[in-house]
Design a binder for this molecule. Structure first.
Ligand code: ZN
Length: 291
């Protein structure tokens, strides 16, 4: 039996407002878009005000952890040292590192150096060398809410070629973010990311991408960066996801480490870079939740 919410009932979003004054128009818009064959989010992907507050508390920790890494990272340090900084800072603030034991991942953070695209596993015998570029990808659970973001760091004296890659990928994320507007499409963001990477002679990793986040580590929708404007999921207000393109200096093909089952590397051994932000679609535009 289908129970239809009454117009004077409290809205499903938990705002305590009457449905007719809250998400009724939203639901009408969604059902029109769905009838036109567009991919629309279900209510379970639309974050309520209380959930948004909780996720922001989680993100405060995630941002503080990356700030701490930014402060301490230097040549000669091991990625195991970075893992300890992440674990200690997160737990001191009452959080749990989301990667730890996630599907068997053994550490608290992903550290991916140079040709490593993502999911690098920290170790006490992997040392940061002058000229390396590294992605540090942090995710936090706090009171059941999830936050997720990553940054690139330049270690010592980095070549102009690698510096440019790191800068351009940051620009890709910023240009993608500009496209995050209510009732747009994830493809609008994706095309902006892809175009900027390609214009700089780079390729975008196709089969690994971003995701919804907040109540789970990885939620719907899948967020790729190879799609056209006007395609993929409708960015309804309340949708939350990551923008995290992996951009390669050489070919887009990647391979997964057969020994550890995690670390993804470029197939041609050329460098790769990634920045990640966690974004909320709002009525007015967007809000960056974690960076
Ligand atoms: Zn509502």
């Amino acid at each position: 039996m289908i129970h239809k919410i009454g117009r004077n009932d409290p809205c499903w979003c938990g705002s305590m407002k009457k449905y007719k004054n809250c998400h009724e128009a939203f639901d009408e818009r969604i059902s029109i878009l769905a009838s036109q064959g567009k991919i629309v989010p279900g209510h379970e992907l639309i974050k309520t005000p209380a959930q948004i507050e909780g996720i922001k508390e989680s993100a405060k920790i995630n941002i503080a952890v990356l700030d701490e890494v930014a402060d301490k990272i230097r040549p000669g340090m091991s990625t195991g040292d970075i893992d300890r900084i992440v674990y200690e800072t997160t737990t001191k603030m009452g959080g749990i590192p989301a990667p730890l034991n996630y599907e068997g991942f053994p550490k608290s953070v992903c550290t991916s150096i140079n040709e490593e695209v993502c999911h690098g596993i920290p170790a006490d015998d992997i040392f940061l060398k002058d000229g390396d570029i590294i992605n540090v990808d942090c995710s936090t659970i706090y009171k059941g809410y999830f936050s997720d973001s990553s940054r690139m760091f330049l270690i010592g004296d980095v070549s102009e070629e690698k510096k440019k890659l790191v800068r351009v990928v940051k620009e890709c994320v910023e240009l993608g973010l500009e496209q995050v507007k209510p009732w747009g499409y994830l493809g609008d963001m994706s095309e902006a990311v892809f175009t900027h990477a390609r214009e700089n002679g780079y390729t975008v990793v196709r089969n690994i991408g971003g995701h919804g986040v907040g109540l789970e580590f990885h939620e719907e929708p899948w967020v790729g960066y190879i799609y056209r404007r006007g395609t993929q999921m409708v960015m309804a207000p309340g949708l939350m996801f990551t923008i995290e393109p992996m951009v390669n200096m050489g070919a887009s093909k990647v391979t997964t480490d057969k020994e550890n089952g995690w670390t993804v590397r470029t197939a041609d051994g050329k460098p790769s870079a990634q920045w990640e932000i966690q974004v909320l679609v709002t009525e007015e535009g967007h809000e960056v939740i974690s960076y």
